[in-house]
Design a binder for this molecule. Structure first.
Ligand SMILES: CC(C)(COP(=O)(O)OP(=O)(O)OC[C@H]1O[C@@H](n2cnc3c(N)ncnc32)[C@H](O)[C@@H]1OP(=O)(O)O)[C@@H](O)C(=O)NCCC(=O)NCCS
Length: 168
């Protein structure tokens, strides 16, 4: 069964393989970036501090979506609260799917699973955002009941589409 698991030493190699497959573009969500950590243990320590909430990071929860063969298919980062940046740009939930596993429904699945976690955290209205040109992400959010709100234009001109999901 596909399931969410918390990052831990057990997932070191899988996480590194995912990052290698990702290539040189900026890691999404950024909390899964392994750059600048001397070891995986150091990364996990830094992640734990970040998850607790460590200015500018608000408390958050990280999960991998893994399959029956213990392969990481996707990653999600759930922010428990919104600040101005998250309200306009980042939203409650950030996710990515492993490049070789795209177009198989896993983004829709990890967002659905993340919404259950949001329920456990009593987040009743979940904000999910995506870049204007990210059709796959917009469809993922719409597949999970997203209702579109006003877009936000960042300083560099990038337009974020913003969707609310009622999570009751
Ligand atoms: C965007 C992303 C998460 C989509 O993941 P995915 O697993 O391929 O998505 P799904 O298979 O669940 O597809 C969801 C829907 O989007 C469509 N879709 C996915 N990628 C698409 C693309 N590149 N172009 C057009 N439609 C696309 C699917 O066909 C599906 O449509 P349907 O529901 O009508 O059948 C993935 O491409 C990714 O990780 N991109 C880089 C990181 C990123 O953009 N994260 C989101 C930040 S907001």
């Amino acid at each position: 069964m596909k399931r969410l698991v918390r990052p831990s030493m057990e997932w070191k190699k899988e996480h590194q393989d995912y990052v290698a497959e990702w290539g040189s573009s900026r890691m999404v969500p950024s909390s899964y970036n392994l750059d600048g950590h001397a070891s995986y243990q150091d990364y996990l320590k830094a992640l734990a501090i970040r998850e607790e909430g460590n200015n500018p990071w608000l408390p958050s929860s990280n999960y991998f979506l893994v399959n029956e063969e213990n392969r990481i298919l996707a990653m999600v980062d759930i922010r428990h609260e919104l600040n101005e940046f998250l309200l306009n740009v980042g939203g409650h939930i950030g996710y990515s799917v492993r490049p070789s596993e795209r177009r198989k429904g896993y983004a829709s699945l990890i967002l659905a699973e993340a919404l259950k976690k949001c329920g456990e955290l009593n987040i009743e209205r979940v904000l999910a955002t995506c870049d204007e040109d990210n059709i796959g992400s917009a469809k993922t959010i719409l597949n999970n009941g997203g209702v579109e709100d006003k877009s936000f234009t960042e300083e560099d001109g990038n337009v974020k589409r913003r969707f609310w999901i009622e999570n009751k």
